[in-house]
Structures are given as structure tokens and as C-alpha cells.
Design a protein around this ligand. Structure first.
Ligand SMILES: Nc1ncnc2c1ncn2[C@@H]1O[C@H](COP(=O)(O)OP(=O)(O)OP(=O)(O)O)[C@@H](O)[C@H]1O
Ligand SMILES: O=C(CO)[C@H](O)[C@H](O)COP(=O)(O)O
Length: 311
């Protein structure tokens, strides 16, 4: 029996998981992708959490045992009866029957927090924007879409900090790729939606050979950079793409990805894929972000590679 290829996207609240997930699902073809958000495995609804005094990101506030069971089922291509948590009402809804498609994306807060869960993924991504950017994103999203006031969101972030430290951030160590979007010069307003990205590439999966970008010249080295570093003590490659990189520069990077992966060729074609890298900026207008496009392509590359390895 064939099994789906499973991608994990983990990170703190409003780190950009849903945004990245949507982009990758669009690239892979929404009909081929099953998306699961692990917020559905919360143990308590919004009112109960307030009464008990527990945050949604605490391990004990989530059915991690059921989450990992479901992941193991999906990994071998079996259906699950998934709980449903509504962010609109802050309550649970009837469960839904889910049969995995060719690709499954599991996005959420605590997806790498048990060994059995971690073993279910083919590719593991961790999202780590600077905390100030995450707070800006959370305030905007929670006030516009989840019925909170700005004060409530800021208070909640403060309350959650010890749990973020204990339960969320340690999961970074289990990822194959750490993705951090950040404003140049730490100035979000000046960035005008054009964020840079820093991609930490761990040697836990084989990445495309990016070394040729070191020799590009023509300003390439300033907008797209490859270097060596340590992340949580371990040696890693770091690929950085600036928001102001030109189409010509980004095309070269895309060629590296696409030449190694014939299936990606159609996806790399910008005309055929006008949605690639599209995102709403903080002012609400839709912009095309090359750093986001490269991130989507790199993760898709690994999904397709995993399909090849598996078959
Ligand atoms: N790459 C990005 N570029 C610009 N804005 C972004 C990006 N990623 C996220 N955002 C902004 O941050 C907000 C929160 O992002 P998103 O909903 O994807 O986070 P999340 O990690 O899925 O959150 P949660 O776990 O709380 O549901 C979005 O509504 C969007 O405004
Ligand atoms: O950290 C979060 C991830 O989305 C949410 O705050 C958590 O899931 C609880 O949801 P809500 O605030 O809508 O009750």
C-alpha cells in the first residue's frame, strides 16, 4: 500500500505556519494535499483554559497521545477521525473523517514534542521569526480574526512566555529546516512587507547543492548568501535571501532547485504559478515575496524528493 509523504510545520502561535502551509499546498496542488492543524488536539476549550489557568501551548493542554496515534495512522495511509477546534467560537465541533491524500501537512504548536510523532514526518520545518515580529503578527491576526482585543493578546503572550520556553522552542532542535522571516535592519515599517528569510539547513536531509551561489558575483552575494553556522550547538548551512533580491538573482537560485528536480520545473515557472510567494503585507495589500517563494520551493523540493526516495 502506498503511503503519503508527511511534512511537519511547527512553531509558536502566529509564527506563520498556516501562511506557509497554504503556500506549499498551493504549489503541490490543493487536491493532492491534506492539511491538519494540531490545534484540534487541544484538551480544553477557551473558557475551560481560562478557568483552569492553563495556556493552549502547555503539553498538558493537548491530547499529544492521540495526536501521535493519528500521525502514525496517517503515515501508513490510514484514515483518522479528527477532533475539531474552532478558533471562531473557541469551542469544539463534531469530529471529521479524514483520509490522507498523497501529501499531508501537519501544522501546529507541539508537533515534534514526542518521539513517536517525530518519527512520522518525512520533512520537518520549524518557524522562528523574531519574537517582536511574531507579536505584531499575533496581535493583528487575533484582533482581526479571533475576537480578541490588543491588550488581551499582549497579556496572553506574556502569560505564555514560560510555556513557549519550555514546550515550543526546544522543538527547533528536531527540525530539518528552520525558517525565519525577518525585517531588514529590524525595521518592519521600512520593510514595507518585503521581509528577508534566513533558512537554517541541517544535514539531517540532503539539501540541493547551493555552493555555486558563492561564486555568482554581480551583487548576488549581498542579496543571497550562503554560510556555515551552528544552530543549537550543531553545525548547519545557512541560506539567506533578502526581500530586495532581484528576479534575476532569485531565478538563478530557483534553477539550482529545479535542475535537480525535474518535477519542480513546472512549479518554478512564474507565469504558470502566479501565486508563488504571494502574501498579504502588514498594510493588507498582496505582495510577491521572493524569500517566501524560495522557501516554498525548497520545502516542495524536499517533499518531491521524499516521494522519489519512498517509491
Ligand atoms: N511570511 C509572512 N509574511 C508576511 N506576513 C506573514 C507571514 N507569515 C505570517 N504572516 C502574518 O502573520 C499572521 C499569523 O500567521 P499564521 O496564521 O500563518 O500563523 P500560525 O503560526 O499559523 O498561527 P497559529 O498557530 O496561532 O494559528 C498572518 O495572519 C499574517 O498576517
Ligand atoms: O496558540 C494558538 C494557536 O493557534 C491559539 O491561541 C490556541 O490554539 C487557542 O485558540 P484560541 O485563542 O482561538 O482559543
Amino acid at each position: 500500500m502506498s503511503r503519503p509523504i508527511i511534512l511537519g510545520i511547527v512553531g509558536d502561535s502566529a509564527a506563520g505556519k498556516t501562511t506557509l502551509t497554504k503556500g506549499i499546498a498551493q504549489v503541490l496542488g490543493p487536491e493532492n494535499v491534506t492539511v491538519i492543524c494540531t490545534d484540534d488536539y487541544h484538551k480544553y476549550d477557551r473558557k475551560q483554559r481560562a478557568e483552569i489557568g492553563i495556556t493552549a501551548i502547555h503539553r498538558d493542554c493537548n491530547y499529544l497521545d492521540i495526536m501521535q496515534q493519528h500521525l502514525s495512522q496517517l503515515r501508513i495511509g490510514l484514515p483518522i477521525l479528527k477532533p475539531v477546534y474552532s478558533h471562531t467560537t473557541g469551542t469544539f465541533e463534531p469530529p471529521v473523517y479524514i483520509k490522507p491524500n498523497k501529501f499531508v501537512i501537519i501544522e501546529g504548536l507541539l508537533g515534534y514534542s514526542t518521539r513517536i510523532a517525530r518519527e512520522s514526518y518525512d520533512v520537518k520545518v520549524y518557524l522562528a521569526p523574531p519574537e517582536s515580529l511574531r507579536a505584531t503578527w499575533k496581535v493583528k491576526r487575533d484582533t482581526q480574526k479571533r475576537g480578541y482585543t490588543e491588550e488581551q493578546v499582549l497579556e496572553e503572550l506574556k502569560k505564555r512566555e514560560p510555556d513557549s520556553e519550555e514546550f515550543i522552542r526546544p522543538q527547533r532542535q528536531w527540525s530539518d529546516i528552520v525558517v525565519s522571516f525577518y525585517p531588514p535592519n529590524d525595521d518592519l515599517e521600512q520593510a514595507n512587507g518585503h521581509l528577508n528569510v534566513r533558512l537554517v539547513l541541517r544535514p539531517t536531509i540532503p539539501h540541493p547543492d547551493f555552493t555555486q551561489i558563492i561564486n555568482y558575483g554581480n551583487g548576488m552575494e549581498s542579496a543571497i548568501r550562503l554560510g556555515l553556522d551552528r544552530d543549537m550547538g550543531k553545525p548547519v548551512d545557512v541560506l539567506e535571501v533578502d526581500g530586495h533580491a532581484t528576479l534575476e538573482q532569485v531565478n538563478k537560485l530557483e534553477q539550482i532547485l529545479c535542475s535537480d528536480m525535474p518535477h519542480l520545473k513546472n512549479i518554478c515557472d512564474r507565469e504558470g504559478n502566479p501565486e508563488l510567494g504571494k502574501v498579504a503585507s502588514t498594510t493588507g495589500e498582496t505582495i510577491q515575496s521572493y524569500p517566501l517563494a524560495i522557501t516554498q520551493l525548497l520545502i516542495t523540493y524536499h517533499m518531491l524528493k521524499a516521494t522519489q526516495i519512498y517509491s
